[in-house]
Each structure stands twice: as C-alpha cells, then as structure tokens.
Design a protein around this ligand. Structure first.
Ligand code: DX5
Ligand code: ZN
Length: 219
C-alpha cells in the first residue's frame, strides 16, 4: 500500500489550519513535519509548539522528521506535542540504538533517516528495531530541490535487506518526489512518499495524491 505524506514545509504558514485541511481533503495518509535547527541543516523551521497547534486539527498521523543535532533531548517534547512517529537522522546521533529505544519507550513509532551520502548499511544492526527508514532523496534543508537519481539504488538495496530478513519496515522517501519521479522510487521499494512543493503547488491536491498512488502502484 502506497501512502502519501505531504510536507508542510511548503505550506502557507500564515494559514496553517487551512493547509492542514487541504491535506485531509486530499486523502493523503500522514502529515509530514520538517523540524530544522540551523545546525544539522542550514535552515530553521518549527518546534514542538507548532506541532501541538496542528495536533487538534487532524486525526492523520503526524510524521515528525527531526533534522536536528542531539534529537534525544527533544523526543519527549515532540511526543507530548502529538507526534505519532519520530524520525531521527542516523548521522545526528552518537547512540542510535539507544535513541530508537527511547522513542519506543514513549509508545510511538521510530524512524531513522539517511542523508544521500550515507550508506544503508549503517542500519544493519538496528533494522530489526525500527518501524521506518526515511531515505533522503535530496540533501536535507530545503523544499523544492531535484531528486537525486542515485538514491534508487540505495532504496533497492535496503528493500532487499528488509525482505531477506523478513522484516516489516516502511521505506519513506523525501525530496523531489512528484508525478515524474514517483515510479522510480516505488519500483525500487519505497512505500511512503513525502511531497512538499509538488503537493502545495498542485491546483488539485486530491488528484495529485491519487496520481502519486496510481503511478506508485504500477510495477
Ligand atoms: C527537506 C525536507 C522535505 C521537504 C521536501 O529537507 O525533509 O520534507 O519538504 O520538499 P520537496 O517535496 O519540495 O522536495
Ligand atoms: Zn522531511
């Protein structure tokens, strides 16, 4: 099953409530929230306060993508704000196994994200403990960048490892996903599609979500 997670990074923040409604009405599956600290990535976005103001507006799962250093310090705050899944970057933590356990101890799902230059093999010894891998298909920090073609190989390799080990892990892709790139990533094995600029610039977000799912399902 292909899921679509619009990223609010490209939303109109002066009308965030309306933008969340747009996501709900589009029949998307999750709300993807990009948290950036100006250290781990060269951009600053939002914190737990904004997540908690989104929480009452939707029943959709809040998919919180932490692009921050020392994410372990903020897990509790994002969980309390209403996150359903928290994703940390493997490159941003010293003790990934511990951080994954901390997220699970709070009773929510744990994802781990990899930058384009990071090999999927860094996950070999935590793969059986996580719920989702988020493959960055652009360098994190900004919306509207172009999909990095070489990432399909990483997705395929990861999918192969997941299948060989009979694991049940989602593969989410993030960056440059649109109607033209979607089938490359889903054919490689991705099943959750983050879309920021393509979703919010679409004239008909519902048709856009349907199109991503249709194209993503063709084998
Ligand atoms: C980038 C963020 C993405 C971003 C994707 O660092 O993690 O979620 O919003 O934007 P698009 O879909 O425009 O590439
Ligand atoms: Zn993201």
């Amino acid at each position: 099953m292909i899921k679509v997670a619009p990223s609010i990074l490209s939303a109109d923040f002066s009308a965030l409530g309306e933008e969340i409604k747009k996501i709900e009405n589009s029949k998307a599956d999750m709300v993807h929230i990009d948290v950036m600290d100006g250290h781990y990535v060269p951009n600053i976005t939002i914190g737990p306060l904004v997540v908690s103001s989104i929480r009452p507006l939707t029943k959709l799962p809040l998919d919180v993508h932490l692009m921050i250093t020392n994410p372990e310090r903020y897990l509790e705050a994002f969980k309390d704000a209403g996150a359903d899944i928290i994703t940390v970057h493997a490159e941003a933590v010293n003790h990934l196994d511990r951080v994954v356990s901390q997220i699970h101890e709070m009773g929510i799902k744990a994802g781990v994200s990899l930058n384009p230059s990071t090999s999927a093999s860094v996950l070999d010894y935590v793969l059986d403990k996580i719920d989702m891998v988020l493959i960055m298909t652009v360098n994190p920090g900004f919306g509207g960048q172009s999909f990095i073609e070489g990432m399909t190989k990483k997705i395929s390799l990861l999918k192969k490892t997941i299948s060989e080990n009979n694991l049940n892990i989602d593969i989410e892709v993030d960056g440059g996903i649109n109607e033209d790139t979607v089938s490359k990533v889903t054919k490689a094995g991705a099943n959750i599609l983050v879309a920021g600029s393509a979703f919010f610039s679409s004239e008909d977000p519902k048709a856009f979500v349907r199109l991503l799912k249709e194209r993503g399902t063709v084998k």
